[in-house]
Design a binder for this molecule. Structure first.
Ligand SMILES: *[C@@H]1O[C@H](CO)[C@@H](O)[C@H](O)[C@H]1NC(C)=O
Ligand SMILES: [Mn+2]
Length: 581
């Protein structure tokens, strides 16, 4: 029985094979590789749900996690520990600090491949990411950067990125004049066999335009911008790429750690178990705030990415084609400043999103000051360069909310933002939503700390009728005393604003007073009111809580609150709006 069955089975099988061969013969020729490739791509786009999401597996080491090693490296700066430098080099330190804004003597003694502490949240080790993440060009713009900080940035990227996702590191030299950034750098990167490319601007372009240039020249699916003095941390890349892989209109931002400019110690900027996200205040200064309850609730794991209204500007990843499609950076922005808001508003309002990624951490050296000038890039238009940039961004993206910017920066109303028509065309073409939508749906927590500003009743210099000197914060940081100086009529530390609710402000700070001092203080977050009242008839500035008036004692040039007396010349003040010349 069994034998017989086997025989029949064989016959049937043979028949089937013949049938298949016959059919195959009459089948159309196989599609060209190109067509297949295209079909695959279309499938990929229409079946986004089929894309594998990152998966959390408690206790199972993630697929791109490095194997934990027990060897402890010894040497200056290893493990991210602070390094004081050798005693005999101390004489050099002052001059390199002037030249670079960071201690290059110490940096030069720390190896380019040094170890840094893995200070990620414990959960980060157990995320499993898709295996076919997009390829990445890491773009680093520099101008007169120190050798070892630039090279340590590159080494850390090469050491800590899965090679299959790292297409290249693209260096954009923004017209540096230091010797070591010419032939020596060219020679050094030859060892990386094309994986590190060096591009030169023909003339100084500034950070913003250099970034756009770097993105245009890149070959990866994703461009990832880094500053030239960073060290990327353990398994930093896949968590940044996964959200972009899922949806290529997402910008991803790593969490930034601090590298000390004096000792090169690596340490977290954010402590405790809180997530922060990027916002802004109405003078367009970048701020951060704890992520609101609403966002926490949307997530299952503490270590998951979360939405952020803005980003700090230096470090982020974005699909390259998407970045270019949304116009990259506004080419009218000069050098540095405001470009982070331009990109943030544009992405959100035009259908994309920004997430911060807690499992991706990158160390960054915070300099004390900018060690170089803008050279020929200095403005041709009137107004301070950064505020000019803000004005472009505010005018193009913020609709009626731009009034709060002009309340906070009244001088900016007179600045010339240049031609904005291309930016408005772009906003039209991309069918972007209005700023109110952004405020209501994305950046609602801005108002928790920085409520909409009441109108200014008075603004400008505040001049004493007794001595003709002006109130002046002298550029000092709060808490400090307000002083008096020659009225220079050009704004800055002499631009005061008194709003409808009695708040007297200078820039983002507030003026408070008592019997002894008139003080520059931090404004109370979430409030816009204050104790001040100005009487334009008597010219007196009244402090309602203390029931006193602002008085100048000319002998000592000191400011106090005193009993209000109309006949007292030291209590007469004149607000005068300033004109940009
Ligand atoms: C990508 O993200 C945007 C913005 O959040 C969203 O509107 C869009 O539907 C997402 N696309 C896909 C395919 O998930
Ligand atoms: Mn920097």
């Amino acid at each position: 029985m069994l034998l017989l069955r086997r025989g029949r089975l064989l016959k049937v099988s043979l028949l089937i094979i013949i049938l298949i061969l016959t059919v195959a013969f009459f089948m159309p020729k196989p599609k060209s590789q190109e067509v297949e490739q295209q079909e695959k791509l279309i499938k990929k786009d229409t079946h986004l749900s089929l894309k594998q999401r990152p998966i959390y597996k408690e206790g199972i080491l993630g697929n791109f996690e490095p194997v934990p090693s027990n060897t402890v490296r010894e040497g200056p700066g290893e493990g991210g520990k602070p390094y004081a430098g050798r005693g005999e080099d101390q004489n050099e330190v002052a001059s390199v600090m002037m030249e670079y804004g960071m201690n290059m003597v110490v940096s030069n003694q720390v190896t380019l491949d040094r170890s840094i502490p893995d200070i990620r949240h414990e959960e980060c080790r157990y995320w499993h990411y898709p295996e076919n993440l997009p390829s990445t060009s890491v773009v680093i713009v520099f101008h007169n950067e120190g050798w070892s900080t630039l090279l340590r940035t590159i080494h850390s990227v090469l050491n800590r990125s899965p090679p299959q996702f790292l297409k290249e590191v693209v260096l954009v030299d923004d017209d540096s004049d230091k010797e070591h950034l010419k032939g020596q750098l060219e020679d050094y990167i030859r060892q990386f066999k094309g994986k590190v490319r060096l591009l030169h601007n023909k003339q100084r372009e500034g950070l913003i335009r250099s970034r756009t240039f770097g993105a245009q020249e890149s070959k990866g699916d994703v461009v990832l911008f880094l500053d030239a003095h960073c060290e990327v941390n353990t398994n930093w890349l896949p968590p940044l790429l996964a959200p972009i892989y899922m949806n290529n209109t997402v910008m991803t931002v790593p969490v930034i750690d601090g590298i000390d400019k004096d000792t090169f110690e690596y340490r977290p900027v954010y402590r405790g178990n809180t997530h922060f996200r990027g916002i802004f205040e109405w003078g367009m200064l970048y701020k951060e705030t704890e992520i609101p309850e609403e966002e926490m609730k949307e997530r299952k794991y503490f270590s998951e990415p979360y939405k952020s209204p803005t980003h700090a500007g230096g470090l982020f990843a974005i699909n390259r084609k998407y970045f270019l499609k949304i116009g990259a950076y506004d080419p009218g922005l000069l050098v540095w400043g405001g470009e982070n808001f331009e990109l943030s508003f544009k992405i959100w309002q035009c259908g994309g999103s920004i997430v911060w990624v807690p499992c991706s951490r990158v160390g960054h050296v915070y300099r004390g000051f900018m060690p170089y000038t803008f050279g020929k890039l200095a403005q041709k238009r009137k107004g301070p360069l950064v505020t000019l940039n803000y004005k472009r961004v505010v005018e193009v993206w913020m609709d009626e909310y731009k009034e709060y910017f002009y309340t906070r920066e009244p001088m900016a109303r007179q600045y010339d933002a240049g031609d904005l028509s291309e930016q408005f065309d772009l906003r039209e073409k991309l069918q972007c939503k209005d700023f109110k939508w952004y405020m209501d749906n994305v950046a609602y927590d801005v108002l928790y700390k920085f409520p909409l500003l009441p109108k200014n009743l008075y603004w400008g210099e505040v001049r004493s009728m007794l001595t003709s000197h002006c109130l002046d914060t002298m550029g000092s940081q709060p808490p400090s005393s307000v002083g008096l100086s020659h009225c220079h009529g050009s704004g800055g530390n002499q631009v005061f604003r008194l709003n409808e609710e009695g708040q007297l402000g200078v820039g983002e700070r507030c003026i408070e007073g008592d019997m002894h001092h008139i003080k520059l203080v931090f404004c109370r977050l979430g409030t816009v009111d204050g104790p001040w009242q100005y009487d334009a008839n008597t010219k007196m500035l009244h402090h309602r809580h203390h029931q006193k008036c602002l008085q100048l004692t000319p002998q000592s040039s000191q400011l106090h609150l005193q009993e209000c007396k109309e006949e007292e010349g030291g209590q007469k003040w004149i607000f005068r709006e300033l004109k940009v010349v």
